[in-house]
Every structure is written in structure tokens, then in C-alpha cells.
Design a protein around this ligand. Sequence first.
Ligand SMILES: *Cc1c(COP(=O)(O)O)cnc(C)c1O
Length: 439
Amino acid sequence: MAEDPRRRTPRTDAVLADPGVAEACRRLGRDRVKATVSTVLESCRRGEVAPEDVVASVLALLPAAPGSLRPVINATGVVVHTNLGRAPLSEAAVEAVVRAAGPTDVELDLDSGRRGRRGTATMAALAALVPDAGDVHVVNNGAAALGLAALALAQGRRIVIARGELVEIGDGFRIPELLESVGVELREVGTTNRVRLADYEAAVDESVAFLLKVHPSNFRVEGFTSSVSVEELAGLGRRTGLPVVVDIGSGLLAPHPRLPEEPDATTVLRAGASLVTASGDKLLGGPQAGLLMGEAELVHRLRRHPFARALRVDKLTLAALEATLSGPATPVAEALAARPEELMARARALALAIGPGLATAVASEGRVGGGGGPGVPLPSAAVALPHELAAPLRLGEPPVVGHVHDGRLLLDLLTVPAALDDTVADAVRRVAPADAREA
Ligand SMILES: *Cc1c(COP(=O)(O)O)cnc(C)c1O
């Protein structure tokens, strides 16, 4: 009678000693690998895995890389996609993050051997791009920037804000709730669609700490509307001695020709704003961060506030942000500068590579996304496929995320770096039967 294979179940130590498994331990951590080995040995004892297949099963079950976040190909045409982590970092920013990961001179002056000021180069890079700001500071995200401004300048007092700017930015994040959570009372002026300077004027008294203008980043009000410009608010601010804080949201530092309605830090400061807040990972194209730019005295007060420490960015963010500000064009900037003819040429080549029976190149429209430019179409090109491929492509490796439009799956190339076109073609070929791809 043949020996029962279950009695030949290898020992845990023996499996862990296999060179491939040992290598996985170095990459993924011994505990993680050991847990998988135990699972597979359990199956082996139950006779579901042959003893000689144990190592192969362990290796097949282990993830290819540490961490559970998976890189995804963004073929949605939405440049700043909230669910895909907002702005993708430039290669330069990625390299800077990797270099900063170990011990770095983030708070050490290597010349003198003494303690150095944290983030000096990153602040200098930001200040260089926003020369109208007397000083700049960086915190954890846009909400932290606005929250710190409210906390340090207006706690226990009032902020005047237009009703049409009491906005929800995304996933339940509401600007008015953020402001109230730090002990500030809002004095709302105007109506949803209209507000005049006189409304602000009537609201000002000695309980008011500043006038706030918030850019409604993700919607537009059309029709019978009026709002008060930063210039007008700044005039009122000068007359009443109140700072004017402007939350521009997107992080544009200068005007962008494709997004004429999107506010930018330089223009807003020139118009007289005292302090501007913005995000780092929207149109700026960098890491999650909150930018504060404006009058030196105000920025100093924010930086010195005790709570500023709780909003401090780490060295990886400082590194990525500096490389974003002073390095080559970001993927977001490149997507905004993309030429539709070039995207169409890529779409045609890609459709051909996939198979003309399945794929066709079509004109499409991308969008800026959660980062700004609501309603601004970005002319683009896409590969159209049967919509049934949406799920298998999303579940593939790497996952390719497109969007279904008029019953077809569109893979929009606006947000796909050209270097990934072959990867996209391979991904589609893997999930589509060969006979369907022939003409
Ligand atoms: C996005 C946005 C915020 C929030 O910024 P986060 O970086 O997501 O915290 C605040 N205000 C406006 C106007 C925004 O567009």
C-alpha cells in the first residue's frame, strides 16, 4: 500500500528554508510568509495539496510586492481622480521620495553639524514660484491649511463667508463643518446664487476675525448669479483692518491657459488676498499637502501656533513637494498640455495592436476631476471596447480602469502615460479572446 501523502507533509522550517520562500521572507516579512506556509501545510494535511507542491503553492499565494495598495492604470480620462489617489507623482518626485526614505539631512546642517531648519528647500521652491507671497508654509492637506488659518486667526470669533461658498468638497467633507469644528462661528452672507459687497460690509463688526472666500471647486452656478471679487473683498479688508483669506483649492500657482476660470495663488495675492490656502495633490500635481501663502506676519502666526505641529508634513512629503515644484513637468501638467491629435494617433495604434475586430479609436472628452475645472472638457482620444471587458480589465494585473460611456468601455489616453500603451494593449489581449480581436 502506497504511503499516505499526508504523512509526508513537510515541516514548516523545511519550507521556510527553501531559497524562494526565504527570499519572500526578506521581501514581505517572515510573519506574513509563515502564515501562508501554515495555511498551505494545513491543506497538505487534508490531502488537498501534494507535499511536493507545497513550496509552489506558498509562492503562488504570496503577493508580488509588500503592502496592499496596487498601482492602477488610470484610463478614465479624469486627470485628478480622487478614488485613484489624486495626482500621480512625477518620476522626479518618486525618486526624491525614495532618496529621502532613509536617514536624511532634513533637520541637520551638514556644513556646521548643527540642527538645521526643517523643509527650508521646499519652502524656498514654493516661495520662488509665488513671489507675491511674503512667506509660505506647508501642512498635511488643504483642509489642514484652512483649518489652521481658522484656528490661529479666528478661534472664538467669527468668519464672514458667502452662502454660495458653504461647499462640500467630497465624501462628506464640508467646509463650514471644518471651520466650526475649530471653534469658529460663521457669519453667512448673501444667498446661494448671489452675494454683494454690501452684504459683507453689513456683516463686519468687532467679532469678525477675517473675510473668507472659498472656490467652489467641483460645481458651477450658472444663470442669475453674482459674487464678490477678491479685489472688492480686499478693499473692504483694508477699510476694516480684516485679513482676506482665499481657499483656492486646486493649487494652481499661476494662471493656466486651459483653465481660465480656475483661481491661482499669484493672481489672488495680486488682487489683494492676505492669505491663500490650497492642496498639493490636485492641479499642482504633487503629494498630499496643504499650501499656505501670504502676508509674512499671518504665515508666521500660523507656523508658530501650537497646533501647527499636529499638521506637520513628513520628510517624504517635503521631498516629493520640492521635486514637484522645482522639477520637470508633472503628469498632471502633461495631461493638461496633451494634444488631441497625438492622443488620437496613439489610440489608433493601440486599437490596431489590440485587434480591429474588438477595438476602435474614438474622440473623447477628459475632465480635470475633483481637483478643479468643473465642466471644462479636455479634448482627448480613447480606445473603445465592449463594455463587458470593464470588470476583467479592472481585475487584471495591472488593473486598467476605464469608464463606460454609451454602452462601450472607453480607455481614455489623456491620463495614460504613452510609455504604458504597450502594457494596456497586453492587458486587453489577455482578457479578450483572440478570435474576437481579428477583423
Ligand atoms: C480640495 C479642496 C479642499 C480640501 O483639500 P484637501 O487637500 O483635500 O484636504 C478645500 N477647499 C477647496 C476649495 C478644495 O477644492
